[in-house]
Design a protein around this ligand. Structure first.
Ligand SMILES: [Zn+2]
Length: 180
């Protein structure tokens, strides 16, 4: 699962965990819209449901392309293809974040409290969305994934070190453990 996922051999999408190189690579823009993308997105939403997460970016399932899905409980999933954050609020807010690629690790991350995003849907139709609250948080976290950035990169060096040490411990003792 290095570039585009192979549908013939993959039943459920596997989430790439910390250490997977693709998590640190810059994803490339999507150029082919339509059915293939829609199918991949549908499977990502399935994987997201299964993992009980709120957002999943393509690199996290081994696809080095610029798109992600956000599904906030009780709301319809939103797909952002080739997104760009065009405005950020001057106000910032600290909020606890976790990541499906680092199960069991959480930390307070400071980010702008609202953002305005330009993106395309799976059919290639452009849209602009003003995001606040949890949506703004998830969009920024997932958008970071497209540039190979992980949430703990926003922490101080000391906090990063602590988080990674703790993560290593959890990952070691984890066979079959549920993380949320
Ligand atoms: Zn993440």
């Amino acid at each position: 699962m290095n570039s585009v996922c192979n549908r013939t051999s993959v039943e459920t999408l596997e989430i790439v965990k910390l250490g997977g190189e693709i998590l640190r690579q810059k994803a490339v823009p999507v150029t082919v819209f339509g059915q293939r993308l829609e199918e991949t997105v549908a499977r990502m939403i399935e994987a997201l449901d299964k993992a009980q997460g709120v957002g999943l970016a393509a690199p996290q399932v081994g696809i080095g392309e610029r798109f992600f899905v956000v599904q906030i409980k009780g709301e319809v999933p939103i797909v952002f293809v080739n997104p760009s954050i065009i405005e950020t609020s001057p106000e910032t807010v600290a909020c606890e974040e976790g990541c499906l690629s680092l199960p069991g690790s959480y930390a307070d991350v400071v980010r702008p409290s609202a953002v305005k995003v330009q993106a395309f849907d799976t059919k290639g139709r452009p849209f602009t969305l003003e995001c606040a609250g949890l949506l703004a948080r998830v969009v920024q976290h997932e958008n970071d994934h497209l540039d190979g950035i992980l949430f703990y990169d926003h922490l101080s060096e000391l906090k990063q070190k602590r988080l990674l040490e703790k993560y290593e411990k959890i990952a070691k003792h984890k066979p079959g453990r549920k993380h949320r």
